[in-house]
Ligand binder design. Structure first.
Ligand SMILES: [Zn+2]
Length: 238
């Protein structure tokens, strides 16, 4: 073999890994990055992918596909995310999409609920890592705030965080092939959104600036203001 001969298999693998790193979203990491809140090490929510039947079904006419309880689920009392293979499979057939692309959207959605629940500030993280009592206090406070958010606002937060996560990833792509894949996933996100119950619909809420949206999350997470969806919409879209 010549000294500087090409090794196509190795080059292909390198390229594949580059593309994969541009395309694959790590929902756990991206939610921390987006919001500026972090999960406490050792107290992060868990994630399971299961072949069990999801707790809910889609509508009989297969027009409405809910995310929570059908494709995925976040249970705040257990700090647990579950992703349902059966739901993903059926929904991907209806939507005519790649099951893993759909899975990525659903994982982002559930990790968005998780960061809204147990994402903490730097000070709180320090406090939580010092003693179990410190962690319990912080968990209790955040669980109360989480329980006070209305359903519509919960879903809008999860949907917009998912959208910003995908959009941010797309903006950072350096390769056309990765960009095309992310574009497809974003299109799928909007297509899925059309098939969802009203509380998940984000319509023109993507026009809110990312900055203003993140500030509204701060307001809610810091517990200074108990916002209904209506009040949130008024202050973010004026
Ligand atoms: Zn949700």
């Amino acid at each position: 073999m010549k000294k500087n001969s090409r090794n196509p298999a190795k080059e292909d693998l390198g390229e594949f890994l580059d593309i994969a790193s541009e395309v694959i979203v790590s929902p756990h990491g991206v939610m921390q990055e987006l919001t500026g809140y972090s999960f406490v090490i050792g107290k992060s929510p868990s994630e399971e992918r299961t072949n069990r039947d999801p707790p809910s079904e889609m509508s009989k006419d297969r027009e409405i596909i809910p995310i929570d309880e059908y494709l995925g689920l976040y249970e705040p009392n257990k700090m647990k995310i579950t992703i349902f293979n059966k739901g993903l499979r059926r929904a991907s057939e209806i939507l005519g999409c790649n099951i893993e692309h759909l899975g990525m959207i659903v994982r982002c959605h559930e990790w968005a609920h998780a960061i809204i629940h147990v994402g903490v500030t730097d000070d709180e993280r320090l406090q939580a890592s010092q003693s179990d009592e410190g962690w319990q206090k912080i968990l209790h406070k955040h669980t109360e705030i989480y329980a006070g958010i209305d359903d519509r606002l919960h879903e809008v937060f999860a949907q917009l965080l998912t959208y910003y996560a995908l959009q941010g990833k797309e903006e950072r792509c350096t390769r056309q092939v990765s960009k095309n894949t992310l574009d497809r996933i974003i299109k799928l996100f909007f297509n899925l959104n059309k098939h969802q119950p009203t509380e998940y619909r984000i319509n023109n809420l993507t026009e809110i600036s990312r900055d203003r949206f993140m500030k509204s999350i701060d307001l809610v997470k810091r517990g200074n203001l108990r916002l209904s969806y209506g009040a949130w919409e008024t202050i973010t879209t004026w």
